[in-house]
Design a protein. Structure first.
Length: 221
């Protein structure tokens, strides 16, 4: 009687064993193929492509630019025209000049900003030279002047403006006062700081020969 472990038949037992091994090999290959197909279907599409993250190109940092030196001139803004036409020159009775400071008290690390304004208080338009060549800023304490804008002024210029009745023009940008004494012979050398600690100062201005009626008072701490 033939069995799985003891094959019998007209052929030699070795022949039957080879045939069975072949059949088992085929079955095993089929099983492996089925398992591979199932695994591939379960895992979805093939390996994802991972894109390399681009390395950002460093942006060059601009080199710091030195701050421009504070000017001792303050051009007039809103100049109406350089063609005054038939308008007459401004006179003292129709011009009001005002000294302007951007505060009344300044801490030790604060620098006052000085400017002036000009108003036509008359009923008719008039013309005047409001250029920096005509402007004078003076900081004083008591009877002693400490700083004057014309001591070290550079490149003064003329600027003809037409002032309509009621119109006001102002110097712009303002002058930054560095809280030092000025003199014509100290323009190219260090200057002494003025007294502070609550000291009181007054700004007086003039333009085109017209002086401010009142001074602008402020304190330096």
């Amino acid at each position: 009687m033939s069995s799985l472990t003891n094959p019998r038949g007209p052929e030699r037992p070795a022949v039957y064993w080879r045939r069975r091994l072949i059949v088992f090999g085929v079955l095993l290959a089929v099983i492996v193929l089925v398992i591979v197909l199932i695994v591939r279907l379960a895992s979805g599409p093939g390996t994802e492509n991972t894109a390399a993250t681009p390395t950002p190109t460093p942006t060059a940092t601009p080199a710091p630019t030195a701050a421009p030196e504070a000017s001792t001139t303050a051009p007039i803004d809103e100049a109406a025209t350089t063609d005054p036409g038939s308008a007459a020159a401004c006179t003292a009775d129709q011009i009001r000049v005002e000294a302007v400071v951007n505060g009344t008290s300044f801490a030790a690390d604060e620098l006052p900003q000085l400017s002036l304004s000009v108003t036509n208080t008359g009923s008719a338009a008039c013309t005047m030279n409001a250029g920096t060549s005509q402007q004078v800023f003076t900081v004083s304490s008591g009877e002693e002047p400490y700083w004057t804008s014309t001591d070290c002024q550079t490149a003064p210029s003329d600027q003809q403006v037409l002032l309509e009745p009621g119109k006001t023009v102002s110097s712009n940008p303002p002058i930054t006062w560095d809280r030092t004494r000025s003199a014509p012979d100290t323009c190219d050398q260090p200057r002494d700081p003025v007294p502070a600690g609550g000291a009181s100062y007054h700004l007086n201005t003039s333009i085109g020969g017209f002086a401010s009626a009142d001074s602008a008072q402020f304190l330096l701490n």
